[in-house]
Structures are given as structure tokens and as C-alpha cells.
Design a binder for this molecule. Sequence first.
Ligand code: GLA
Length: 738
Amino acid sequence: MTPIRFDPEQRVFLLALRSSFYALHLTADGRVVHLGSGPLAVPSGDPWPLVNPDAYRVPDHCWDQQLTPHEYPAAGDVSYHECAIRVVFREPGTTPAEGEHFSGSVRDLRPRYVSHEILMDAEPGFAPQHPLRTTGQRETLCILLRDEIHAFAIRLFYRVSPDQNIIERWTEISNHTALPVEIERLDFGHLPLPVSTTELTYFSGSWAREFGTTKQTLQQGIFSLEQGGLNTGHGHNPFFLLHARNHATEEAGTVWFGALSYSGNWSLRFEHLPSGQLRVFGGYGSYDFGLSLESGASHRTPAMVIGCTGGGVGEVSRQIHHFARHWVLPQTERSLRPVLYNSWEATFFDVTEDGQRALATLAASIGVELFCVDDGWFGSRANDSSGLGDWTPRPEAFPNGMKPLADHVHKLGMLFGLWVEPEMVNPDSDLYRAHPDWVLHYPGRPRSECRNQLILDFGRPEVVEHLLTQLDAFVSEIGIDFFKWDMNRYATEPGSVAGRAIWRDHVRGLYRIMDELRHRHPGLDIQSCSGGGGRVDLGILGRCDQAWASDNTDALTRTRIQDGFSLAYPLRAMECWVTDETNYLTKRTTTLDLRFDVAMRGVLGIGTPLTELDDAELEQYRDSIAFYKKIRPTVQNGDLHRLGLAAENGVSVWLVVAEDRRTAVFSSITLENPVGLMRGPFVLRGLDPAARYQLSDLRGPVAEYSGAQLMTLGLPDFSRKAGFGAHARSITLSLETL
Ligand code: GLA
């Protein structure tokens, strides 16, 4: 049955997903008004007959129009609250006096329904354009609205993914007037929520402590999250959860959620009206925003992804993970992400062919599948003060170029990867010396450097093409299988030939290079990195296979970061490394078991200086990697159940269950371990109650239990074997049906 229904009599649109719904009403005067959204009473996807939608309307006089939950609130008409769109028509007044009065600007938009259609292949703005994107047919409702007076059109799109209970909303605006129109605010979508939905959870943090979760009760007024630096940001991330106060837990309760599929300046605004109503706006960031629409021009926004579940916060994660795995991440031939080695923490800038060869040989011997050389291999890059922009091997480090190392890595049976930071340039580089105008700057004004670098001006098509040509040739020549694509500064002094459009042009240019590289090299994988987890969002994950969650690889801090990451983003996109015994950032020393238990929760990577390990230690690495490979299909493609969170009670407990429930992976990391305090047993979820599971850790079988017992009495705390005490302890168990 089609998930998008229109009842012409009641003038109601009903989007019925597997277990949630979204309903709109077309009022007699042509307004598109939100009726409601939430879990379905009977989760069957079978919609019910909806009668008397007018009864849900607030009384129709001037003031109460304020309270009408318009589907896409526009600045104008009788509205004075937050809006999703604000336009300025350049309209001369009809009399000389009016001409002066208006100074040629009319800031009044009254969108009214014109028509609607159901499309099968609609795509939001900034959608991936490479052949590895999933293009299965999904229904999209498109509602056309037009301003009552000006020839200005708004199209609202709703693409449904019924199985994942997700709706992607985006907006297209078209200027059919004779004059340019200035857009001062443009959201991808707007979501009105029931009164009392005031408990907000969002990400907050900074470099090296990304993905902290903050929960707060929205008070009357507007709470706004914005990113203004050109990447997605470390401070916040475009994802939110909302529910009624004390009405949702990890396991239960009605929760609405949303995320933005965009990697540039973004905004999420939560308006708690005096009436108690809640409205969520998501779209382009207001920081230096400007969009001028010429006569005849259109602009299509990226998507705001929204959903709702009655199954608590855990179910939110499972839905959005499933959505990302199925519809967002590139569908490559590699159904499993390879075990990676990265040289950063082993060598930092001290990169040489011999040194990397030695690391690669050892990496292959312990089971690594992808060897990535980090920063320091190119141009004059002996440290971070020079070389960015010159993507050719550093002659002192690679006298015969990069091919011999790439060949060595390939001969060892591994894939070969390189770190790049293509959007940047050091002033001390050949590229900058040749093209000092190719960077963001205002003529005659300072060009502030950050980590000694400036940002290339993607408002210039020749810059984007230059990078594409250079990277493309390099991939073909060397045989590169993987880029770690970094972005290590926020944009300031954003002077560009593109004017204020640079904020979008930059993202467009970035996506174009990545998409085109993937198009020309279907075997090329990309990791998104931005000084750690500064560029993780559903836009970048449309063209990157995995993301670096943080530069902080300390196992204990990382546990919190990964708990947070897992709220919104799938485990097969979360790259995690085991690094040196004493962490370079926190100077904390942790056991190898703990480091592996934490890093095995996503896409395993190794960053240890392997040449400093003895044979016994290398053997431990080999065993742990072999164990990871056994549990990897479940970790990377299964459903996550968080049974405990590090930030809440000092122990992070995850269970990942394969779709067919024949395998599962249990992982517990106890960060705080006060003497005398019991942890567990842990009541598991999502298993097959009738099945019998064999539990084993990397050293072999541990126990056998029925699914029913594990989901009632629970799993005893086997990590206690590691001993009581104030130190951290951990365990990873593989569960297999017998
Ligand atoms: C950033 C990345 C690190 C590393 C360095 C290299 O900080 O997040 O992983 O690649 O750059 O300069």
C-alpha cells in the first residue's frame, strides 16, 4: 500500500510509515497546516480514515493565526514568530510616496496551496551524484505553494522511507518575478510538535571531546544551535531528540528526532511558544547567510531528516542507523569496512618511505587490511607550517615517489590510503605562491591563519577543478584506495568571488570533488575527518564510508565520545583506533584489552607505533584483530541496543544484534569502578528467546545461555573477572547461536 495518501474530501495528506505517521491539512483558504505526527496506534502502515480535520484548528482570527502550525512558516501575513523563510521582493511602490517608504523592499510572503504530486525519483539539493549512492525508488510528496501576490513558488518535499520510519524534508524556491529576490532565511524543513515536547537532547563538545550529549528542558523562547565555520562543527552537530519531560528512556517513550544532511553552516532552532507549542526549524545557518535569487532562478535545499518512534531513544538510533546504512552510505562492493592502520600517532610528521614500509609490513602481519599514511608525506610538509596544497610526494621522504610504497602495501595484500586536506593551503606552498588570490580573503585586509593555513576559495570553479584534476591523476597513477580527507580550520574572513554564496559553494565544491572521484574510481573509499569529529553528518556520509569521531584516542574518553556518536550515526561509519599504551593527549596508560574493547565497537583501526612492540605484544594484536574480524559483520551491520551509558552511570554497555538474531556482540566498558559496587547482570534485548547462545571472548568460550534467560535474568558481569578496583575494566563477547 502506498505510504502517501491524499483524502480530497477531508483535504488531508497522510504519510503512513511502518510505525509512525505524519499528517497535513489543506485548509479552505489554501494554507498547508500541520495536523500531527507520532507513533501509529497500530503499527501496520495501514492508515485510518481521518475525519473532521477542521476541529484541530485554532480559532481563525488574527492572533490565533500565530498559533496555527503552518507547515512552512513564512515571514509575512500576520506572523511575527520564528519563520522558515524570509524573502525580500524588490518591488517599487505604486506611488512616489510609497516608493520612498518601501525603499523597494516588500518583506511579506503568503504561500498558498496550488497543487501536489507524488514523485518517484525526487532528490534534495546537495544529494550525492556518484554511482554508489542508493537509488531505489521511494515516494516523495511534493506540494506546490505560491505567494498570493508575487510569482514566487515554494515546493515542499517529503520523501518517505517507510521501513526506517524516516521522512526527508526539503524545500525548493523559485523566483518567477521579473526582479531578483533576496532570501534572508531559508530552512530545509520545519517540524511542529505537540505541546510539552520540551525535553531536548543535542550534541555539545569541542575538539578532542566531540559528541557529548546535553539534555535540557526548553523554556519559553527560542533556543538555537548554529555552526558558522564552514564545516559541521565540533561544538554542536546537526542532530536532536525531543520528547515530553521524563517521558522517554533508552527503552521506551515517544521520541521525535531530526538531523540535517548538510556539511556547511547550519541552524537548528527550537521555539517554545507562549502557547506551549513547540516548533523545530532546521536549515542554513544564519551566520553571514545571503541568497539572491535572480528572475527565473530556483534553489533547492538539502534535506532535514525527521522521524518519530514510540520505542525510546534506543529505537531512534536503530532507525537512523538503519536509514544511514541503507539509504545514505555509499554502497560499495565492500560490505564490511576493512581493519585500518593509520600512521599519525606512530610517526606524526616524521614520515619516510622506509619507516612506512616497516610499519606496513608489521601491520599486514597482524591482520590489517588497509594501510593509511597520515600527514607529512607531501610537498615540503616537514611540520604543519608548509606544504598544504602541493599534493605530490615530499622528495626527502619519498625519493622515488609514492608508487613504491603503494606497491609494497598492495603486495602485502592491503589497500593503500593517504591523508589529504584538499580544501586548504599553507602560504608556504607552491600553490599559494602561484595563486595567492585563490584563498578566502578580503582584498587589502588581513588573512588570518589558523594552524598556519588558509582556505581555498571554492567560489572559483577553477580551484575546484584544479583539485579534482590533481587528486584524480594521483589516484590513477599511484593506485590509491582510500583518502583520509581532513579539514583543519574554521573559516573566517570569508571573502570570495562568490560573495555570501561561498558558504554553500564551498560545500557544493567539496561534494563535487568527492562525488566525481568516486565516480571515476569506484574502488576509492573516503574517510571524513575535520580535526577529529568536526565533519560528521548525513550529507558527508553520502560520499564518505566512515568518519573519524575524534582525535582523542584515550580509551576512557573515547568511550563517552562513541556513546554519543552512536546516538545518531551508524557504527559502520565510526572509525576507532587502538593506539599506544600511554595516550599522547591524555598521558593516561590503559591496558591493551581495554583499548581493543573500545575500538572494536565500530570500524577497527590501529595507530600504535608497531615497530616498538615485541613479538608477544604483536601476537596480542593479531589475536584481537582476528577476534574483531569474527564479530565484525554483527558490529558493522547489526542493531545497537545501549544498555548503559558511560556518562550516566560510569559503565557503557552495548549489545549489537545481527538482523537474523543468530549472532550478537556484547561489549561493556566500566569507566568508574568503585570498590564494592556491583554492575550487572545486564538484561539483553533483541535476541531470539528460543535460541541457545554460545558466548566467547577472544580467548575462547565463556558460557552458554538461552536467549530467554539472557533477556530475563540477564548476562552476568564477566568483566569482573578482571578484578574489583578503581581502574577501568571491559569485556567484548561474541554470541553465536548453537
Ligand atoms: C587532524 C586529524 C588527525 C591528523 C592530523 C594531521 O588533526 O584529525 O587525525 O590527521 O590532522 O595533521
